[in-house]
Design a protein around this ligand. Structure first.
Ligand code: MG
Length: 381
């Protein structure tokens, strides 16, 4: 059977021990939930993402989903974890599901692959760890030794044939809220033993403040900066594009493409930071396919080149030097265009306008310039 998987992410927790909603805790400008979703992005078997969250978080979670390339929907969670998962199951289209905690951002590619692979042979696949510490049972009366070899610590993502987990949810009925995860639900209600595979020690469920230092260290690899500069001559009878936005002006940039000075400098900064050469090498202006092309298309291709190397953008700071008109009214729109192409939060993009003070080619409105500085990182997922 073809494995078509819906990823269900449980993100309706209260975060009582953490002090703020954990899924929104920002790490290098992106919410924790983003990192969790991003971990699944490369898997072709996963055709959709369904996030179950608290009603008051729906809009914010939708915004996080927009940073991910896979189709994603957000559903309202129920009072308990299992009720939230049940709501998500109602809209799941795949014949299999992976159910994952929204606050386990360090899930490894190896673990996800193993579960997907095992789902071809088993209807329920659960990752679990053996405890390393001595394990005791502490009741109110006495403390007794437990055989460590008989203990499993259960993690997510948990993989199921969708029909199986749907049957378990239906059969559980009123008892659904009793279960703290899906492995216990199917074992108890259906009386089956899932196939257990080795979990991952780093796949922690973020619970305490201290966990943030761990995931920071785990997720973020090397950090690099890049610098880009571009200048274009201005001429009448051309349209002026800056930051992907059409600027009302009596002149435009003279160029082979749309002459977007800011996007060109940004592309050079990104390529430079990633050690991938420069804009001329990747998109030569002698190539007819780039004639009049929107520079945002080139930016998107650049982003893909970086993504293939595991890089993504943390921060952009830029200055555009143009004598007139004033850029301020266009800046928010430019940020949104760039954020959309690079799949990054707009608040991590800075665009500043400057004048040439009547001096030199820029000051005489004969040219427009841009300088861009970027910070990129290699994500280690
Ligand atoms: Mg250029």
């Amino acid at each position: 059977m073809q494995v078509d998987v819906s990823l269900i992410v449980a993100a309706a927790g209260e975060s009582k021990r953490f002090g703020e909603p954990k899924i929104f805790h920002e790490i290098f400008g992106r919410p924790l939930l983003f990192y969790t979703l991003y971990a699944f992005e490369k898997f072709k078997e996963i055709s959709e993402i369904i996030v179950a969250t608290r009603p008051e978080f729906v809009a914010s979670v939708e915004e996080i989903c927009s940073l991910i390339r896979k189709p994603a929907v957000v559903v309202e969670g129920g009072k308990s974890r299992e009720e939230s998962v049940a709501n998500a199951l109602k809209v799941a289209k795949g014949n299999y599901v992976l159910i994952h905690d929204g606050v386990r951002p360090c899930v490894s590619q190896r673990l996800i692959s193993s579960i997907l692979q095992e789902l071809e042979r088993y209807d329920a696949v659960i990752p679990a760890l053996r405890p390393v510490e001595t394990t005791l049972r502490a009741s109110t009366e006495e403390v007794t030794r437990l055989n460590r070899d008989e203990i499993l610590l259960v993690q997510t993502p948990q993989g199921f044939k969708k029909d199986l987990i749907l049957t378990a949810v239906e059969k559980a009925g009123e008892r659904l809220a009793e279960f703290s995860d899906e492995s216990t639900l199917v074992m108890d209600v259906l009386g089956i033993t899932p196939h257990f595979i080795d979990g991952d020690r780093d796949n922690i469920k973020v619970t305490f403040r201290e966990d943030i230092a761990f995931i920071l260290n785990k997720l973020i690899g090397e950090i690099r900066t890049g610098l880009g500069y571009d200048i274009h001559r201005l001429g009448v009878g051309r349209k002026l594009f800056i930051g992907g936005v059409h600027i009302e002006a009596p002149f435009g940039a003279v160029a082979h493409s749309d002459g977007d000075v800011l996007i060109h400098a940004l592309i050079d900064a990104l390529l430079g930071a990633a050690g991938l050469g420069d804009i001329g090498q990747h998109f030569p202006d002698t190539d007819p396919q780039y004639k009049g092309i929107s520079s945002l298309v080139l930016l998107e291709r650049t982003q893909k080149l970086l993504e293939q190397k595991g890089f993504w953008v943390l921060n952009i700071d830029s200055t555009v030097i143009l004598e007139k008109p004033k850029l301020r009214p266009y800046i928010d729109q430019m940020k949104r265009k760039i954020a959309d192409v690079l799949k990054m939060p707009a608040h991590r993009i800075s665009i500043k306008g400057k004048r040439g003070e009547g001096m030199g080619s820029v000051g005489k409105s004969e040219a427009v310039e841009a300088i861009v500085n970027v910070l990129i990182t290699k994500i280690t997922q």
